[in-house]
Design a protein around this ligand. Structure first.
Ligand code: RET
Length: 133
């Protein structure tokens, strides 16, 4: 399959506001976050993935093994503790984040040479697309 690994920069971002609102992120932080040019850096070491979301304002990183539940603290985002689990659904990498917020998670997949990301929370869906740097 096509590799997610590498550095990616955002080229579109639809309904990030709705997703952040669903997470309960305050207006001030939402306004800052909306203006950021996000980058993703994805690394794989054996069965371990490291996904970094980077910006000039704040970074967020997560490390996991596919199929192994892990505790995630969404530090600097909505600061919640969730139980996360990443699995493959065909060529899509799907994460469920179980906690206070319902239907929370994300899906990564490749289309042509672009990295697609859907972030979802309580019925809100944010769609982001990244191109390789
Ligand atoms: C930033 C800036 C501060 C406010 C918010 C942010 C959002 C981060 C997101 C990260 C998603 C990460 C994923 C990782 C996969 O492993 C940029 C930290 C709200 C939405 C999907």
């Amino acid at each position: 399959p096509d590799s997610f690994c590498g550095s990616w920069e955002i080229i579109s971002n639809v309904n990030f506001e709705g997703y952040m609102n669903a997470l309960g992120i305050n207006l001030y932080l939402r306004k800052i976050a909306l203006r950021l040019k996000l980058k993703k850096v994805i690394e794989q070491q054996e069965d371990r993935y490291i996904i970094k979301t980077c910006s000039t304002f704040r970074n967020y990183a997560t490390t996991f093994r596919v199929g192994q539940e892990f505790q995630e603290f969404t530090e600097g985002l909505d600061n919640r503790h969730v139980k996360s689990m990443v699995t493959w659904h065909g060529k899509k990498m799907v994460c469920e984040q179980v906690g206070e917020k319902k239907c929370r998670g994300w899906t990564h997949w490749m289309e042509e040479d672009k990295l697609h990301l859907e972030l979802f929370c309580e019925g809100e869906v944010c769609k982001q697309v990244f191109k390789k740097k």
